[in-house]
Design a protein around this ligand. Structure first.
Ligand code: SAH
Length: 348
């Protein structure tokens, strides 16, 4: 039988001892219950003395005779008694890094959904799809470690500390990230922190924004006879001289993440190293949201249009001939002028 009970605001006594009761306690608290943990003996006394009995007794551990005794008391009070596994019988705590994709719920993997379903704790941030988290991770304590650009709400070392601490308590911990955990997601550091503490760690890859956000705007990162290489680079810090030289020389697609703040410098650097001013460029903001906006321009012309654009993060910048695949189509449908009136349509 699969019974779902609304525990919001309900008084629950969890019967047993730490650490066996920890996991159960966390889950019931996460479900909104007021939880007290006590031994079977104390629970017996508390029930006899209580003016208003709790709504639910949860048996985790103790002697079988005590359980039978409590079951009889519960029956006489008209309250439920249910059994839960002590934490010691459960596998060791674990950490699963889950790539949540670029924001569209349909782009979370089946493995990612399964990890959320089984999670006791979920640490998530701004770029991860969060609107359905309560339903997708019904038993979990949800911890927002949200980062906004330039403002790290929870420092990375603190995130790692929480991951390790919860896992060492025997809990199944999920770290939900936007896109793929290993693409500018600091997932590698979190894996190392777990390994240093001998915590089993799994990585569920995600759909990275580096490929999917251009796709959402109709831009393929490779295209037969147009581009057979694509480079994903972070624009968080200005690109170095050698990066600019190599990117220009590759003559492939360049995908820049976190690049809005340094875009003017990047463009100047690419032009200086010989990139054609007519090279198509696209900026895709807030991919997969209802506010998605695509701007088509060229390397030579984007800088003068930036002020009018008022770029909003998150945004992916794509530079390369592949941009034409989408911009030609948009122009054919007469869309480009609607998207950004004042920017020029790239020449055909
Ligand atoms: N691990 C992530 C990237 C994290 S870095 C991934 O694989 O997608 C954060 C950057 O990703 C943002 O600054 C932006 O450049 C890009 N990004 C993530 N989601 C995006 C979205 N929905 N729309 C546009 N850009 C996005």
């Amino acid at each position: 039988m699969n019974v779902t009970v609304d525990l919001e605001g309900r008084a629950v006594i969890v019967v047993g001892h730490q650490p066996a009761t920890r996991r159960v306690e966390t889950r019931y608290r996460a479900a909104g219950a007021f939880v007290e943990v006590m031994s079977a003996g104390r629970a017996r006394v508390a029930l006899a003395a209580a003016r208003t009995p709790p709504h639910l007794l949860v048996w985790v551990d103790g002697r079988e005779s005590q359980r039978a005794d409590l079951a009889a008391v519960a029956r006489s009070l008209g309250i439920w008694l249910t059994d839960e596994q002590p934490a010691a019988d459960l596998p060791r705590g674990s950490v699963t890094l889950v790539g949540g994709g670029p924001g569209d719920l349909g782009l979370v993997t089946v493995a990612g959904r399964q990890a959320l379903l089984e999670a006791d704790v979920v640490l998530y941030d701004r770029l991860a799809p969060t609107e359905t988290l309560e339903a997708w991770a019904p038993a979990a304590e949800l911890i927002d470690v949200g980062k906004t650009p330039g403002h790290h709400a929870t420092p990375q070392h603190e995130i790692e500390r929480i991951l390790v601490e919860r896992a060492l308590r025997g809990l199944a911990v999920v770290r939900l990230k936007g896109g793929d955990p290993f693409v500018f997601g600091r997932g590698g550091e979190e894996v190392i922190a777990c390994r240093e503490n001998r915590i089993p760690v799994t990585v569920v890859p995600g759909v990275t924004s580096a490929i999917s956000v251009p796709a959402a705007a109709g831009i393929p990162v490779t295209h037969r006879d147009i581009s057979r290489t694509f480079t994903v680079i972070s624009g968080h810090a200005p690109l170095t001289e050698s990066e600019l030289t190599h990117l220009t020389g590759l003559d492939g697609t360049i995908v820049i993440l976190m690049g809005a703040g340094t875009l003017v410098q990047t463009i100047a650097g690419l032009l200086q190293r010989g990139m054609r001013p007519g090279m198509p460029l696209a900026i895709v903001e807030r991919g997969y949201s209802i506010h998605q906006r695509t701007t088509f321009s060229t390397v030579g012309e984007i800088t003068s249009g930036l002020g009018r654009l008022g770029l909003r993060s998150p945004a992916v910048i794509v530079i390369g001939e592949v941009v034409r695949v989408a911009s030609d189509d948009a122009a054919a449908r007469g869309c480009v002028q609607d998207i950004v009136e004042s920017l020029p349509v790239p020449s055909q």
